[in-house]
Unconditional design. Structure first.
Length: 221
């Protein structure tokens, strides 16, 4: 039986790659995108719902499918206002999980971040940790939380500090082994493929997926 996938954040780097992969995946007959603006040039199997994702409840009747892929995320530079930052990085994923639970969707995948901790004194780590905590409270049957390190690849928007960080990480990555391997740059294509692999896995039980796991899951499925 073919599936319907829901994507939030398809305009971003990882979400865009995920969308491309799902379009070419014959297991999916339908893809629903929920976003603030329309993407052009997409095939008929993709349906777009345009609106304010901070008010995700408005899409309740259309938020129906088999799997939810939540790739929503902002940055300190892009969203310096902490209240708005929390509404995006915490509010949208948690609202999506609640809708998934209400509508009987049994698979929910969300991108968080390495270092997420609801008790952290670092605001951004704390927000991600609180998001993870409250997504898990929905008790969706198959929930996978991805905690990548810095995600590689070229983004549409300029992120100067992130670009510098990627250069530095590439130089020092050979020093990352053992427990430090999880800090290696995460390839966005591996990230999106790992999400699809886990969404369709029948025997993977781990909930928290760090960057060290992502490459292995991409290869082993």
């Amino acid at each position: 039986m073919k599936k319907t996938a829901i994507i939030l954040g398809a305009s971003g780097l990882t979400g865009g790659l995920l969308l491309d992969q799902l379009i070419n995946d014959e297991r999916y007959e339908s893809i629903k995108l929920f976003s603030r603006s329309k993407l052009e040039g997409l095939p008929n199997k993709v349906t777009q719902y345009i609106g304010d994702l901070l008010e995700l409840e408005q899409f309740k009747s259309d938020f129906i499918g088999d799997q939810v892929f939540c790739c929503i995320g902002t940055t300190k530079a892009k969203t310096p206002n902490k209240d708005l930052y929390k509404k995006i990085d915490y509010g949208i994923p948690v609202s999506a999980a609640k809708l998934a639970k209400t509508n009987g969707i049994e698979t929910f995948l969300v991108i968080s971040a390495l270092g997420a901790n609801s008790k952290s004194s670092v605001f951004y780590n704390k927000i991600k940790g609180e998001m993870e905590r409250d997504v898990l409270k929905q008790d969706i049957n198959k929930t996978f939380i991805f905690q990548p390190s810095l995600i590689g690849g070229e983004r549409k928007e300029s992120r100067t500090l992130e670009a510098i960080g990627k250069v530095v990480f590439k130089v020092i990555q050979p020093l990352f082994f053992g427990k430090l391997k999880k800090y290696k740059i995460t390839d966005p294509e591996n990230m999106s493929q790992a999400m699809i692999n886990l969404a369709n896995s029948k025997n993977y039980s781990e909930v928290i997926i760090n960057s060290n796991d992502i490459k292995r899951i991409t290869k082993n499925n």
